[in-house]
Write a protein that binds this ligand. Structure first.
Ligand code: 59J
Length: 581
């Protein structure tokens, strides 16, 4: 049979044989291909699957105040992680691990069971290196440590809004930490390690890229002034039962912000139970109507037209001015039926200011407000910063002209108001604002003629020093200038202005012999005895200006003659001047 069939179908046999030979040949070729031709490539691929790169965190740059005081510091910490798959093999070690981590054994158990097939889970982040080492010393298979950095803020709530903070991955989330994240962050490095199929670390091979540390940053603020400002603002908020507040100190010659504080504030080192209200950097992200502090700008505009001089008189009787169905009112009665321009500022006459505004036109006030930065971008690009609004009407109606002149219908930030007063203080020269220490004097732009700025300085000094002036803003041993404001807040929900919620303002500068510092105080909704800016915010200005001038060693320019001769102690000066303050 076989022979017969073989003889009958010899071609079939050969075909099968040939196919078998082909298959053997193909397999042999494949073996040769894998073992010899592609050998290096395949070994590389295999290594790539077990040779891994793990990041080396970069040290984040130190943030300091202008004098090198640390405000944000990165300290090394140990983060513990686990390969949960691997940990399943040593369940007997779990209670020990939980104890070492200070975690509830039941909670840890549940986590490890629920994530049993995860190769990477965090156990705990940000332990001190010592704490971390204690756990690692237990040598539990599947428990590993990595070195990270954690931000610490030595000045806590005092610099919270300015400095901001980073998230758990060390990325800037708020404030300067966010605004200058790229500068501070540096570049993480890489380390090559070999891990097995299950992600276990077998061998630390080499550092393939060193981490590049972030760069340090010196802010413009002076921590001593920041403490002073924060303390005085906090006290005033408590005393007046106020909702919130902000305070800015500026160096008028360099444009540097020397202090910027807000209430309420928070501790950036412990951010549990944070409420959004605490985190607001109000000085830059809240806008408001500047009220009568605006009169300093409107009055400058009037002088600049050449149509008005300080001794010119305006009739303010009877303290109201009817514009159609709209009435402009003066809150406090003036001594007489007429006031000169300085008198309009001292008595804060809305009627007097409006009459001047009708004469010079809304456009001229708008132009100057814009030049000094009200409702304009500051160029600081601070996270969340608002620009406010300065309207420019195609045709200025009387009501719009009047309300702009005494500070309504526009919105500004505390920083902008400080900048505007800094321009007046700096003899009309505008210097760009800076949150970073300025080592070279920046270029200034003359936005108000020097003689006009000097005239306004004198008028604003009278606002504080004249017999009916805002005596609570006076500073012992120095001459200072400024303007108070009390503004009804725009009511929430209903149209128009609230009947009894106010914003108390004071903006000023000094010393008058050579103005150097501008300070703005904003107190939101004082609810105790009074609410006038001259009552609530002026005393804060006085205390903060007094402390600033002393800390900065500024020579007093208002000592009584006897003390000028032998430079008497400040205590004696306070007494000598105390009758008015
Ligand atoms: C005022 C306003 C609201 C908005 C009025 C304050 C206007 C106005 C519509 C009534 C308290 C009050 C556009 S007062 O800032 O004139 O600082 O020491 O809120 O006038 O027309 O019961 N400031 N304040 N006005 N609005 N609209 C004075 C003055 C000011 C003082 C005191 C007394 C207002 C001297 C304010 C201060 O200069």
């Amino acid at each position: 049979m076989m022979k017969l069939e073989g003889a009958l179908y010899p071609w079939r046999f050969r075909v099968v044989l040939g196919l078998l030979a082909l298959m053997v040949g193909a397999i042999t070729w494949r073996i040769f291909d894998l073992q010899v031709v592609d050998r290096d490539f395949l070994i590389g691929q295999g290594d790539a699957r077990s040779l891994r790169h793990i990041p080396i965190p970069a040290h984040r740059g130190l943030i300091t105040d202008r004098n090198g005081e640390p405000l944000a510091v990165s300290t090394p910490v140990t983060t513990l992680w686990a390969n949960a798959k691997e940990l399943q093999a040593v369940k007997n070690k779990w209670p020990e691990l939980a104890t070492a981590l200070g975690q509830d054994p039941k909670v840890l158990n549940e986590r490890l069971e629920a994530q049993a097939n995860k190769e990477f889970i965090y156990l705990v982040r940000g332990l001190t290196p010592e704490q971390g080492q204690l756990v690692l010393n237990l040598k539990i298979p599947g428990v590993y440590g990595i070195e990270e950095f954690r931000r610490f803020y030595p000045a806590g709530e005092t610099t919270a809004h300015m400095v901001g903070f980073t998230d758990i991955d060390d990325h800037g989330r708020e404030g300067v930490e966010l605004a200058y994240d790229e500068w501070l962050a540096g570049v993480p490095g890489k380390r090559q390690v070999i891990k097995d199929r299950r992600g276990r670390l077998i061998k630390d091979v080499q550092v393939t890229k060193n981490a590049k540390a972030g760069k340090p940053l010196a802010l413009s603020i002076d921590l001593r002034l920041q403490y002073l400002a924060n303390r005085e603002l906090r006290n005033a908020i408590i005393e007046n039962g106020a909702k919130a507040g902000s305070l800015v100190i500026m160096d008028v010659k360099t444009g540097e912000i020397l202090a910027m504080v807000n209430q309420p504030t928070y501790n950036p080192n412990n951010r549990r139970n944070l409420q959004p209200a605490m985190m607001r950097n109000r000085a830059m992200i809240d806008v408001f109507e500047p009220g009568s502090t605006m009169k300093a700008i409107s009055m400058s505009a009037a002088l600049e037209t050449g149509r008005w001089k300080p001794s010119d008189k305006v009739e303010v009787y009877p303290g109201t001015l009817q514009l159609g169905k709209y009435t402009i009112r003066d809150v406090s009665r003036s001594e007489g039926p007429v006031l000169d321009l300085t008198g309009i500022l001292i008595n804060s006459s809305n009627v007097g200011m409006s009459k001047i505004a009708f004469d010079i036109g809304g456009e001229s006030i708008y132009q100057l407000a814009q030049k000094v930065g009200l409702g304009q971008p500051t160029g600081l690009d601070f996270p969340g910063e608002r620009v406010g609004n300065l309207p420019n009407y195609r045709k200025w109606r009387k009501a719009e002209t009047a309300t702009l002149s005494y500070g309504y219908g526009l919105s500004v930030t505390t920083i902008q108001l400080a900048h505007a007063f800094a321009v007046l203080a700096n003899n009309g020269r505008k210097v760009p604002l800076s949150l970073i220490r300025v080592d070279e004097a920046p270029k200034a732009a003359q936005v108000i003629p020097e003689n006009i700025a000097k005239t306004i300085q004198g008028m604003l000094q009278q606002v504080i020093e004249a017999p009916r002036g805002v005596f609570r803003a006076q500073v012992p041993a120095y001459h200072v200038a400024g303007k108070s404001g009390t503004a009804r807040k725009v009511s929430v929900g209903t149209k128009g202005y609230a009947e009894n919620s106010y914003r108390s303002l004071f903006a000023g500068f000094g010393p008058m012999s050579d103005p150097r510092y501008a300070i703005v105080v904003v107190i939101d909704e004082p609810s105790k005895a009074g609410y006038f800016g001259g009552l609530v915010s002026a005393p804060v200005f006085s205390k903060v200006m007094s402390g600033t001038l002393r800390l900065m060693n500024i020579t007093p320019d208002n000592l009584p003659p006897t003390q000028q001769a032998n430079a008497g102690p400040p205590a004696a000066v306070i007494k000598a001047n105390g009758g008015r303050g």
